[in-house]
Design a protein around this ligand. Structure first.
Ligand SMILES: [Zn+2]
Length: 247
């Protein structure tokens, strides 16, 4: 028993029966219905099929959280909770994750996760890895990455936070190092960014447009400096610019 648990007024989940998945789903539906009646804009996470994530970004996020040795054995319950559609609302903002998760009581729990910002040095490293290496924005968002870029994204100091860069809070009374609500949210982030990797860049405070803009600029310069018949007004034909974006 941890020192923290010792001073938690004797609360123990073992004393209380846990709701079934069916009961949780029913309660979650009811909470969402009530929110709708009050015109609250929730963004629930819905998992279809057995796989949580199908693409590179979501899978890479899940691999990152499953590498956290202190909480890895607590994640399975979160996956179960997420699949029961209990993550009623999940919002990603730069450096912050806010969520509402249906638990055993009627009122959903609030989960807040903050991420330490990338250092200027690491941000520069990420930007430099992208410039000139990514064929286009589509490849970036599809996770169709050159190995060198993928390595910079996933290594320490890259886009995927290490355990000590995450700060997790939940309003539930569980004083474990990671409650099932927060675990569900961690997986929920994987599902959300699997659907829309733009949100991951937003979460990490990185502008995709800037990465691609820098790439475009540098490649335009490169093309202009090498082209024998470069236009004298230093502009590229529209179709050439289109090629750079892969459109
Ligand atoms: Zn909790």
């Amino acid at each position: 028993m941890s020192a923290k648990r010792k001073y938690s007024w004797g609360f123990s989940y073992a004393k209380y029966p846990q709701p079934t998945i069916e009961a949780l789903q029913k309660q979650a539906e009811q909470t969402l219905r009530k929110a709708g009646e009050k015109s609250r804009q929730y963004q629930p996470v819905h998992v279809t099929g057995t796989q949580l994530c199908r693409h590179w970004w979501g899978k890479a996020w899940c691999r990152a959280i499953e590498s956290y040795s202190d909480i890895s054995n607590r994640l399975a319950r979160g996956r179960r909770y997420l699949k029961a559609d209990t993550v009623l609302d999940l919002q990603l903002a730069p450096g912050e994750i806010h969520a509402l998760v249906q638990g055993s009581r009627m009122r959903p729990y609030k989960v807040q996760i903050t991420l330490d910002p990338l250092s200027d040095q690491n941000r520069k490293k990420i930007e430099e890895a992208c410039v000139g290496s990514l064929p286009n924005m589509e490849a970036l968002l599809n996770g169709d990455l050159p190995p060198t870029v993928a390595e910079v994204f996933t290594q320490e100091g890259g886009l995927f936070p290490r355990r000590w860069e995450l700060h997790i809070r939940c309003s539930c009374p569980d004083d474990a190092i990671l409650c099932k609500h927060a675990a569900a949210v961690l997986y929920g982030v994987g599902v959300r960014i699997d659907e829309n990797p733009f949100l991951f860049f937003q979460l990490r405070g990185i502008s995709v447009e800037k990465l691609i803009g820098q790439k475009l600029e540098s490649r335009v310069e490169e093309m202009l400096s090498h082209a024998q018949d470069a236009p004298t007004d230093r502009t590229l034909p529209e179709e050439e610019i289109g090629k750079l974006f892969g459109v």
